[in-house]
Design a protein around this ligand. Structure first.
Ligand SMILES: NC(=O)c1ccc[n+]([C@@H]2O[C@H](COP(=O)([O-])OP(=O)(O)OC[C@H]3O[C@@H](n4cnc5c(N)ncnc54)[C@H](O)[C@@H]3O)[C@@H](O)[C@H]2O)c1
Length: 329
């Protein structure tokens, strides 16, 4: 049994990870400022004596030193997340996503090289035109005048820092680039596409697709992503490496909208909205984002496999249940 720190543990992915770590018999300290996460995500776990919830910010170095002191392993997921939030507040993105990561890495070394998981993102690949991205491919970030790239750039700096700590101090870091992780508890307020589409469909439509809907994405269920994280952290050969984690099944956003509509109400229509109206004039999007996950599969013997239809069924059922319980209150 280990004592684990999960930063961002009240968030979407962090809460599922916390649940799995507890189920595996570990003790977990969650540090979260509830900016995009919510305590409700840990409902049912808060009474567990193996869980400690600390409300506070990763930007507070004194608090970080205190929580790191008591743990054996660190899962660093807290971040300013989401295309919309990042475009709206690039300063917050940079302050949240860079300095605290460096502080945590330093504390992990000072505490005797505690195993360190870093949540990164497929955004670091930027606009790389390749069909499928491997971890060794070039990063094609856009100009600094476009705030959206601040997110990918901040996470790329985190990766450089983590790898530098691995090389210089032998800190066992595992870095994961997530590709559109989806599932129950994800919210749509910050630009996440599936919760937004499902909410719009359950409200009777229209489902609003940005641009022409020809953007290509892959969607992985959070359950399989969390399993991958835990397997990687239990595999010594994963230390010092970057891994793509995601589904490798490509879908267009238009197909995604159609699949949501088919499940909720086939009469709902799709409305198309230019990016400039959704995110402002200086927004740039990534047309295609498909991972090569062979490194992940070779290292842990598996990869996310659940198909989009099954994932949508799960999310829609969860949303319906949530709405029913809100109405009943
Ligand atoms: N969901 C995805 O598809 C996806 C894709 C790529 C990368 N990621 C990365 O995965 C991680 C988790 O993302 P998520 O989708 O669960 O988002 P989320 O917003 O649900 O989780 C982030 C959590 O961090 C917390 N947080 C933010 N700033 C904080 C601060 N200053 N101090 C303490 N806590 C703070 C939030 O309250 C939230 O609970 C992030 O690092 C994100 O960059 C997610």
């Amino acid at each position: 049994m280990a004592r684990c720190l999960v930063t961002g543990g009240a968030g979407f992915i962090g809460s599922h990870l916390t649940e799995n770590l507890l189920a595996a018999g570990h003790q977990v300290v969650v540090l979260d400022n509830l900016s995009t996460g919510q305590q409700d995500n840990l409902k049912g776990l808060l009474a567990n004596p193996n869980l400690t919830f600390r409300s506070g910010s990763i930007t507070d170095p004194v608090l970080l030193a205190e929580v790191v002191h008591d743990v054996d392993a660190i899962y660093h997921l807290a971040a300013a997340v989401g295309v919309k939030l990042v475009a709206d507040d690039p300063v917050r993105t940079i302050e949240t996503n860079i300095y605290p990561t460096e502080t945590l890495l330093r504390l992990a070394v000072q505490g005797g090289c505690k195993p360190f998981f870093l949540a990164s993102t497929s955004e670091v690949f930027g606009k790389n035109p390749k069909e499928r991205w491997t971890e060794e491919d070039d990063l094609h970030l856009g100009p600094t005048s476009r705030p959206r790239w601040a997110y990918g750039c901040s996470k790329a700096i985190d990766e450089f820092l983590a790898l530098a700590y691995y090389r210089k101090y032998g800190l066992p870091v595992v870095i994961a680039r997530f590709f559109n992780v989806v599932g129950p508890r994800q919210v749509g307020h910050y630009g996440m596409v599936i919760p937004r589409f499902v909410d719009q469909a359950l409200n009777g439509g229209p489902v609003v697709v940005y641009d022409d809907g020809g953007q290509i994405r892959c969607f992985a269920h959070v359950r399989e992503v969390v399993e991958s994280i835990m397997k990687l952290m239990g595999t010594p050969a994963a230390a010092g490496k970057v891994f793509n984690i995601g589904s490798d099944e490509p879908w267009s956003i238009r197909e995604l909208a159609e699949a949501v509509i088919a499940r909720v109400d086939p009469k709902i229509r799709i409305e198309y909205l230019p990016y400039s109206q959704a995110y402002g004039d200086d927004f740039e999007d990534v047309r295609r984002r498909v991972p090569d996950v062979s490194r992940l599969e070779q290292t842990i013997g598996t990869k996310p496999r659940l198909g989009l239809e099954a994932i949508l069924d799960d999310i829609i059922a969860w949303k319906r249940q949530q709405r029913a319980s809100t109405t009943a209150r």
